[in-house]
Every structure is written in C-alpha cells, then in structure tokens.
Design a protein around this ligand. Structure first.
Ligand SMILES: [Fe+2]
Length: 452
C-alpha cells in the first residue's frame, strides 16, 4: 500500500455508510435534510490521476442532518452499466432513452420530488434515491427529441419551474428547456449557435434567459485525433451572449471580450438592463488539458437592452470559483453571493499555479455583499482544501442572509473530510458545526441542500 498521502483530487476507492457522525459545535436544529455533492471519481482505471477529470463516473457524497444530529454519511457511485461492470455487479441493461451509458458526475439537484445526477452533453439525467442508490436513467415527461441533460439548472422561485440550457456535442444548437413543478417539459426553444460551443452554465432572470456562446468549440479534428474532450479554443471566434426573452420575443446578441463562462452567480432584470454576476476563464482555456491561463475573480456584466451594449466590470479580483446564492433569489435581485478560494484548484488549473499570487494560495469561503461592495473572507487552513459551498436557508422565506453555507473541506489532522456549517450572518465566526466524515471527499464539483 502506498504511503503517499492522497491529493485533493484523488478518487476514493470504497463506498462507505456511517451513522451518527461526530460533530464539533452544534448542528442548527432548523437544518433538516440532506447535503449532497457529486463529482467525478475514477473507477477501474490503472492510473486515476491520468484520467480526465470530466470523464470520471460520478460519485455522490451525502450527509443527512436531522434534529441537531448528523444521522449518516454515504458515498455512492452513480450506476451506469459501465460502473456496474467495474464493481462486479450485474448490468441492468437499462439504456437511457437518449445519450450514452454515462454515470452523471457534475451536479446533483432535486426537482419534482426526485433527486437527479446531471452532466452536460450526451448524458441523460439519472435518478437517485434518498439513500443515494441509483434508480436509473430518467426521461422527463414531454421531452423533445434528443433531449439531454444540462450540468446547471435554475429554478424560478416564483413559478417553481426548472430551466436548463443544453446542447449536444458537435451540434450547432443550444436548447432552452422548461420543466414544470411536476417534472413535465412544458416548453423548449432551440437557438442556432453558428458553430458548436461548449455551454456549461447560463443565467436566468424574471424576463430573460442568457446563453453564453464562447470560443471553446467542438473540433472534429481534435475528436479524430483522440482528444478526450474534443473542444478547442478558436481564437478567430468572438465571445457572445444571447439574450432570450422568456415570453418568446426575438433573440438578441451581444459581444464580450474573449472568455469562457465558468459559472453564474445569479442574474436579474433592472429595468431595461440585465445584470449578470459570474466567474469566467480568460482567453486560451484548454478544456482537454484542463488548463486555464490564470483564472479570474467575480465579474458583473450589465447588458443594456435599450442601448444595445454590454459592459463588463470586475467586482473582486481574487481567484475564486463555484459562485452560489440563496436560491430563493435565483432570477431576482440578489444582495449576497458566496464563492470559494481553493488553492489546489488554482494549482491544478493554472500552469503557473506554483508561482501563484498570494490570494491564490489560500483556502477560504468568500461572502460578497454586492449592495455595499464589500466582502468577508472566512479563512481556512493551508491544507484545508475546500469545495463549493451551497446555501441552506434557515427557513423558507426567512430572508436572503438567514441560513448556512455547507461545504466539504479536508481536515488534515484526520485526513478525512469535514462538512462545514458556516452561518451566513456570522460569516467570520467559527463554523457553527463541523461534521466529521469518516473518509476523504475528493475535491469538486457541485451539490445541493435538499431540505425535508
Ligand atoms: Fe459547473
């Protein structure tokens, strides 16, 4: 057995079930539900470190909180037939109605009472049970032809509808799709994209959908050459933004400086302007090699629909990722946003990471007050690698700031993960609770708080 300590991205090799986890601090009694976070976790490959991060089968890590206790921790691979074979389990032979046999690895959400693992491209959503077992591929009712999942979805808090923007690898179309509260597709609209860009995230406001058309495009040549992710940066192609009125009006296009949009914090309408807060990667992002030439901070794009132009503003220039809000403000004006600074992420993505600026060397949760233009930084230790923090409201409708940030962070003393519970209102204070998980949780990607 190797004595080399596992790196933050290294996969884990076992599925664990543990009950009554030990806790430092006090789990708020109002947190009743599950915190789930999924990420790629290579399985059955000789050198997991050489596997492309985007391709590993998804493993979901969940903690159940109830009555001030951490009832259980579970980690489970999402079961595709490929995963079942690798685990020596009988194949189910249940093929998705579309897309390939891939264990979704990018996001885990709940909609219409079902828990779904999601990945963009040719991957069908996979339904999970509350104990994280795989039910199987799920075709939502009323699905259009070639319906595929998207990694990121947005729920309109007023209608309960779930919005997504999806695409097929190599297709020149982006599809905005709406599911009602029962999980039935009620509406979709295909938008021609003039090429085949990778589209990881999008933005939703009360009246608009914003689609990011980046220079990261499908390359038949890269595909033929065996690229694991056959997308390349096309330096002759502009970065553009499509604004679709949700009521069906004409699509409008706006140019931005070359970038790839990594993630949206949130967006909203402000009169005839659309405000989008987001994190981008600069020109030259190499998705196949997973290299970013220096990733940036938090930006605000203001799209003036009357004047017909888009202006960009940097709100915070320290390296940060995984922007989230209290999802009760999705699509409407937000005051607060939360991001994370993860030194290991910077070192992995950025070729100059070892010579990174000081701000890229730290692990921290960052709270942005976008009304006051201030930030609070909840510093973590040098080896406390931290992933995305999801917002868990203290109670429905309690107010944008009333709740907790939930994130897995590495605890170097135990060489295992802690679930951090940090009060949004007392952001600089000690975490109100640290739930001690029995094992490591590999770094990345996305998750959700699913209240009972
Ligand atoms: Fe993402």
């Amino acid at each position: 057995m190797s004595s080399v300590p596992a790196g933050p991205f290294d996969p884990v090799t076992e599925e664990i079930t543990a009950f009554d986890l030990s806790v430092t601090g006090r789990i708020p009694a109002e947190l009743r539900g599950r915190y789930l976070r999924i990420g790629p976790n290579a399985l059955g490959v000789e050198d997991p470190a050489a596997a492309h991060w985007m391709h590993g089968p998804g493993m979901v890590h969940g903690v159940r909180l109830q009555d001030g206790r951490a009832e259980w921790y579970r980690n489970r691979w999402v079961r595709s037939d490929h995963v079942r074979r690798a685990l020596g389990e009988p194949e189910k032979g249940v093929r998705p109605p579309y897309g390939g046999d891939f264990a979704c690895n990018t996001h885990v959400i709940r909609h219409a009472g079902r828990i779904f693992a999601l990945t963009e491209g040719e991957a069908c959503p996979q339904e999970l049970t509350g104990e994280l077992d795989t039910v199987g591929p799920h075709s939502l009712g009323g699905s259009p032809p070639n319906f595929t999942a998207a990694a990121h979805t947005k729920r309109d808090p007023h209608t309960g509808e779930l919005h997504s923007v999806s695409y097929l690898t190599g297709s020149d179309t982006a599809r905005h799709l709406v599911m009602d509260v029962d999980g039935t597709v009620t509406h979709w609209r295909d938008v021609p994209m003039d090429g085949s860009p990778m589209i990881h995230d999008f933005a939703l406001t009360e009246r608009h959908v914003v689609i990011y058309d980046s220079p990261v495009v499908f390359s038949a040549e890269a595909h033929a050459g065996g690229a694991r992710v056959p997308f390349v940066w096309d330096h002759d192609r502009p970065s553009r933004v499509a604004v679709l009125p949700r009521d069906g009006g004409p699509v409008r296009w706006f140019e931005v400086a070359p970038c790839f949009v990594s993630h949206t914090l949130n967006a909203y309408d402000d009169g005839d302007r659309v405000i989008v807060d987001l994190v981008t990667f600069p020109e030259g992002f190499d998705v196949d090699a997973m290299r970013v030439p220096g990733y940036g901070g938090l930006d605000r794009w203001t799209i003036d629909l009357t004047a017909g132009h888009l202006t960009e503003e940097r709100l915070d220039d320290r390296p940060q990722e995984f922007p989230r809000v209290n999802e009760e403000v999705t699509s409407v004006r937000h005051r607060f946003g939360y991001t994370v600074a993860t030194a290991a992420l910077y070192r992995r993505y950025v070729p100059t990471g070892e010579r990174a600026p000081d701000a890229a060397r730290e692990n921290a949760l960052i709270k942005h007050d976008l009304e006051r233009g201030t930030t609070e930084v909840h510093h973590l230790g040098t080896h406390e690698t931290v992933g995305e923090a999801a917002f868990a409201p203290a109670a429905s409708g309690a107010g944008e700031e009333r709740g907790y940030l939930l994130a897995y962070a590495h605890n170097p003393e135990r060489d295992a993960a802690d679930l951090l519970v940090v009060s949004a209102e007392d952001f600089l204070g000690e975490p109100v609770a640290r739930v001690h998980l029995p094992v490591r949780v590999p770094l990345g990607l996305h998750g959700s708080w699913l209240p009972d």
